[in-house]
Design a protein around this ligand. Sequence first.
Ligand SMILES: C[S@@+](CC[C@H](N)C(=O)[O-])C[C@H]1O[C@@H](n2cnc3c(N)ncnc32)[C@H](O)[C@@H]1O
Length: 241
Amino acid sequence: MTSAELNKDPGAIARMFDGIAGRYDITNEWLSAGMAKRWRRIVTREIGPRPGMRILDIAAGTGTSSLPLHEAGANVTAADFSAGMVAEGKRRHPELDIVEADATNLPFDDDTFDVTTISFGLRNVIEPTKALEEMLRVTRPGGRIVICEFSTPVNTFIRSAYNLYLRQLLPRVAGVIARNTDSYVYLAESIAQWPNQPELGRWMLAAGWHKVAYRNLTGGIVAMHRGTKPIVTETGDQTGL
Ligand SMILES: C[S@@+](CC[C@H](N)C(=O)[O-])C[C@H]1O[C@@H](n2cnc3c(N)ncnc32)[C@H](O)[C@@H]1O
């Protein structure tokens, strides 16, 4: 399956993640040279989980992004459409509530969650703007979205070195650790095709999110975007802009 074919087929994406589920977390640690833990800490701080807070973690995979939210006492629903990732997540973290769900057609009522979040997932969703709209729908008015995703390094030198790493080194290292080179060729290509920080911000605004802002992590290798669902008053005015 080429990455061009993967780009058009949600079933193929789900099967690809089914295939790497068992070695997903260990491969991540190696490929990010341990930086993934730091990125996750920053995202958790931004979400600000507290007891009783209702959080939806979409494209939660094996539950690694959901765990710190659950451990802080929040009421976390982890959702992913890969049966393999969900099964691996349930095996590793039986304490988590992990469900099979598609980000573009979420099985939750309107205005259900205080925060919806997605880490390293939105880039894999075939219709990401539809997912942003679905996330808005299930978030309560005044609630927030937090997105963590690979992005565009701001410095030319870092960008060149990073591109070389993605194209040359990453698929080889992943071939050894994940025993699956194709999935990581897809990873490199999907990162290269992903919109930069301001463009993703514009997608969020177009989906209806307000107060959109982003923060670069590790020079923009990763970016964390945030936004707020507007509160519509009885007169139809929107507040919280
Ligand atoms: C790179 S993993 C990220 C997992 C986790 N959030 C993390 O931070 O480690 C991407 C996940 O996105 C999921 N995914 C891709 N498209 C999806 C969709 N349309 N709906 C739900 N999950 C999706 C894949 O199944 C995969 O588990």
